[in-house]
Design a protein around this ligand. Structure first.
Ligand code: PEP
Ligand code: MG
Length: 301
């Protein structure tokens, strides 16, 4: 196999020997989407739609949502864009979906759990996404946050398809979901691992608390074992699996994630080139070796 040039990244996410791993952008606004496009992202792996409404007091209408989503999709016409449905609660509270007092908001009604009580809110969002998708020409998928079981994933996928959205995936960010990855892959079209929350819930360490930050280090072998499980489940199913947490923005860890069989990595715009270049200068066998070492807790690089 031919080695690809070291210094430059040609904009197609792949290892030196041509094993494809898409390099995608994380965005929360139209400005972020433009920055991701300029940085060379091949698509969007995570559009955090709740970022559009952190200051909203009332639920945005379908028309307002359409207006917010369309300019995020437009720079990526013809390219893949994953739109995450509202991840309200815990560190991202939305006034119009407040669950009431909870002793442990991170363990409470957040993410997709909100939609079980308010499926009408989810359906209106799916309607707006479907409209924006068809006008933009982007290859839009939808993705649910904070999914714990395959039954929840199936419930979401059914609602997405009913709204005319043909590709429905879920985030793996609860340890139970990583352990059930095979069952989830059977009902969802793809998965994407949110390592920020997956680390928080695996180590019982608040992601916002500096005092426990060392536990939220994504190089922790116990977290990597869950990522390995997800990669293997994806490989067995033949369906895509990505990583869209902060872990994907670390160029060295990106190789480890590729070695687990992840088919895409999604990150903030400033990290896109470095991750693309890191993948391009390692063979897939190098990535698998890096994965083995990281699982064993050996020095990083
Ligand atoms: C994550 O949890 O890793 C993730 C990508 O989602 P968020 O950071 O928005 O919770
Ligand atoms: Mg999350």
């Amino acid at each position: 196999a031919q080695r690809r040039p070291v210094a430059e990244w040609d904009g197609t996410g792949a290892t030196a020997d041509g094993h494809r791993v898409k390099v995608l952008g994380n965005v929360g606004s139209a400005a972020d989407a433009r920055a991701a496009a300029v940085a060379g992202a091949e698509g969007i792996g995570l559009f955090r739609t709740e970022f559009c409404y952190l200051a909203a007091h009332t639920e945005p209408t379908v028309a307002e949502q359409y207006d917010a989503y369309l300019p995020v999709l437009e720079p990526f016409a013809g390219k893949p864009v994953v739109v995450r449905t509202l991840d309200a609660g815990a560190d991202k509270p939305l006034a119009f979906l407040a669950p009431g007092a909870e002793p442990n908001p991170a363990l409470g009604v957040r993410g997709l759990r909100v939609a079980f009580d308010r499926p009408d809110v989810l359906d209106r969002q799916l309607e707006a996404i479907a409209k924006a998708a068809s006008v933009s020409g982007a290859e839009v998928s939808v993705m649910a946050p904070m999914v714990a079981t395959a039954a929840e994933a199936a419930w979401f996928a059914e609602r997405a398809r009913a709204a005319g959205l043909p590709r429905a995936g879920v985030m793996i960010e609860i340890p139970a979901a990583a352990l059930a990855a095979r069952e989830i892959m059977a009902v969802a079209d793809f998965v994407s691992v949110g390592t920020n929350d997956l680390a928080q819930y695996t180590f019982a360490a608040d992601r916002q608390l500096g005092a426990v930050a060392v536990l939220n280090d994504p190089w922790q072998p116990a977290l990597l074992r869950l990522l390995e499980l997800v990669g293997a489940a994806a490989g067995a199913s033949g369906k895509p699996a990505g990583v869209c947490g902060e872990a994907a923005a670390d160029p060295w860890l990106a190789r480890v994630l590729a070695g687990f069989g992840m088919t895409s990595l999604s990150m903030n715009a400033p990290a896109v080139r470095a991750v693309g270049a890191s993948l391009a200068t390692a063979t897939f066998a190098d990535c698998q070796e890096a994965a083995k070492k990281a699982l064993a807790g050996q020095p990083r690089h």
